[in-house]
Unconditional design. Sequence first.
Length: 60
Amino acid sequence: MPTHGSLTKAGKVRGQTPKVEGRKRVGTTSSLRNKSNFKKRFVLQRFPGQNKPGQRRKRR
């Protein structure tokens, strides 16, 4: 089966691009996440999902 291009050129562009370090991502701590989830669910009484006004269901 013929190949498209020679295998000696494989990875040429990736090898030429300069290495860029990714930025360090800092997530929230679990206590802050739990606090915001509590506020959303019980204080603001939001429901899981898209929270569109016409699609809300009352909890039992």
